[in-house]
Design a protein around this ligand. Structure first.
Ligand code: AVJ
Length: 326
């Protein structure tokens, strides 16, 4: 019997959100057209719970699609990566990651696991659970922002960086380029990226996934205003907005917005912003870009990766791409 090794947790993100980049993000985003809030601030404790609930909705196909790929191909993926360290960006509950960890265990390959997430509570719970379940694996969790803290990833052994769930779709093209380029720069030859991407499909299927019957996604997106009320002393009347998700066929992305239903003035003292909204004015809270495999491969190659393998689910709704730093 190997005794479980206690997980370590490094906090790189200021626990006081109001004094962190939230203020700057809010100021910059709300002065853009359309007004925008960056999605990473959706994941406070309540937001993390709501997202977890989204993953269990029948309409939210990406979760099950990605899981089915991992169920079928995890062993192939981990042996192809030849990694001994698994880093997971935007790890959340790391629920699906267990399929990778199981395969790593079966292959006798893994020595350490580093989940990275902005949500400290979710991360601590996940790290404790995983350390218990995989004795012998050193769990080194990082509370951080994967766009800011790439230089702090563990090094010294062959790494696979898992970025699952389609979260890369939250980034705009320029942000995606910067992120993939910075990641490739941080990696050593032989390290790899396992990237989950949702694929372009019919608008009906997409809209259903982001406009679920029980209104969980609505509550998740609306929670962004609750975060601003709490962290920045804002006075958003959360019920004075409606949730407006739509498919943008030109940009090939879901665009998730809140629309003001009344003329209103909102004060956000913590960011020194006063927001005047007319009826119909919108705030974009999240985009979720959908991909085409040929374009994705080109983007990865442009960033400095070589595409090793691509796996999709039987319905070709979602893809996992293993890209290696040459
Ligand atoms: C966690 C970013 C992958 O874009 O599908 C789900 C977030 N937002 N429903 C996604 C989300 C609304 C999700 N990601």
């Amino acid at each position: 019997m190997t005794a479980p090794i206690e997980p370590s947790v490094r906090v790189l993100l200021d626990p006081d959100w109001a004094s962190s980049s939230l203020v700057e993000d809010v100021r910059r985003g709300l002065s853009q057209h359309p007004r925008t809030l960056p999605p990473k601030w959706l994941y406070d404790d309540r937001g993390s719970e709501l997202f977890d609930e989204i993953t269990r909705l029948p309409e939210y196909y990406p979760f099950d699609a990605e899981r089915s790929i991992l169920k079928e191909h995890a062993y192939e993926i981990v042996t192809a990566s030849r990694a001994t360290t698994l880093v997971e960006l935007g790890s959340g509950t790391s629920e699906k990651t267990r399929l990778l960890l199981d395969a790593f265990t079966e292959a006798g390959q893994l020595t350490s696991f580093s989940p990275v997430d902005v949500s400290e509570r979710t991360l601590r719970d996940a790290a404790a659970l995983i350390a218990k379940r995989y004795p012998g694996v050193h769990v080194a969790a990082v509370v951080g922002d994967f766009t800011l803290h790439l230089a702090h990833l563990p090094r010294g052994s062959r790494r696979m960086i898992a970025f699952l769930g389609g979260t890369i779709g939250n980034l705009y093209l320029e942000e995606r380029r910067a992120f993939l380029g910075a990641l490739a720069d941080q990696l050593e030859p032989g390290d790899s990226l396992l990237l989950g991407t949702d694929l372009v499909k019919s608008a009906d299927r997409l809209i259903a996934a982001y406009d679920d019957a029980r209104g969980v996604t609505d509550a998740f997106i609306r929670n962004s205003l609750v975060v601003l009320n709490r962290e920045l002393g804002a006075d958003f009347d959360v019920d004075a907005f409606s949730y407006v998700p739509f498919w943008d066929p030109h940009m090939e992305r879901m665009d998730l917005r809140l629309r003001s239903e009344v003329p209103q003035r909102v004060a956000i003292p913590g960011a020194d912003v006063v927001l005047d909204l007319a009826v119909g004015d919108e705030i974009r809270v999240e985009i979720s870009t959908k991909f085409r495999l040929s374009e994705l491969a080109a983007e990865l190659e442009h960033a400095g990766f070589g595409v090793t393998s691509v796996w999709t689910d039987p319905m070709d709704e979602f893809a996992l791409t293993l890209a290696t730093k040459p």
